[in-house]
Design a protein around this ligand. Structure first.
Ligand SMILES: [Zn+2]
Ligand SMILES: [Zn+2]
Length: 225
């Protein structure tokens, strides 16, 4: 009977009939009841706190923020990018149009001027042989330009292919604060799991089968909570 040598750790007088595996000390029946009672109160406080926390978590989770300024910034970025793409495309269209039409416009204008000169000469009858030669030469030139104009214009388009752009790097977000809270909590949960796999308080597993252990269960059941 090894237990007879243990006295209650609270009153130090009575025989320690119950052993708390959490504290690792013996209690007399009365003090053990009080000891458990204190623990139950602490558990009740934990549950009360948990319920308060649930309320806060519920409110925080429900309160999703659709008006976060980040959304506005993303919208603004999107608008700016689209505007810039539109602007550069429009500029390129103008360039193509100019390349295609500039020679036509020039030929039309030059031919108009030439025709006016010709009409003037015809009306005034103020021309001599070299004028006829010059007019013939100019018409030959116009004919040549016209042939050039009818050939297809060779214009090369240079683009940055969209699949070469790393779109995910053009716009992305990153959490700035180093929030260790979740990691710390998960660490504690894991430790608890490991402890639970062995025994509730990292006591040797034979505690379950020891008579002292069964005494604790009887005592706690007797408490009228
Ligand atoms: Zn006692
Ligand atoms: Zn204890």
């Amino acid at each position: 009977m090894t237990r007879t040598s243990n006295t209650c750790s609270v009153c130090q007088k009575e025989l320690g009939t119950s052993f708390c595996t959490g504290c690792g000390v013996y209690f007399c029946t009365k003090d053990f009841k009080n000891h458990r009672k204190t623990l139950f109160s602490e558990m009740d406080a934990v549950i009360e706190h948990r319920n308060e926390l649930q309320e806060k978590i519920h409110k925080a989770v429900q309160h999703a923020d659709p008006y976060n300024p980040l959304f506005e910034q993303i919208d603004q970025w999107q608008r700016t990018m689209i505007e810039k793409i539109c602007r550069v495309s429009e500029h390129c269209r103008e360039q193509v149009s100019q390349l295609l039409n500039s020679k036509r416009v020039k030929l039309t204008n030059d031919f108009k001027r030439f025709s006016q000169d010709l009409i003037h000469l015809k009306q005034t009858e103020n021309y001599v042989e070299p004028d006829i030669t010059r007019l013939k030469y100019l018409m030959h030139q116009f004919n040549h330009e016209l042939k050039q104009l009818l050939k297809p214009v060779s214009i090369e388009l240079h683009t940055e292919p969209s699949d070469r752009i790393i779109w995910s790097q053009l716009l992305y977000v990153e959490e700035k604060s180093t929030y260790a809270g979740i990691n710390q909590r998960q660490q504690h949960e894991r430790e608890d799991d490991r402890a639970g796999a062995m025994s509730p308080r990292k006591q040797p597993s034979d505690c379950y089968s020891s008579p002292i252990r069964s005494l604790i269960y009887i005592s706690t059941e007797d408490l009228a909570f």
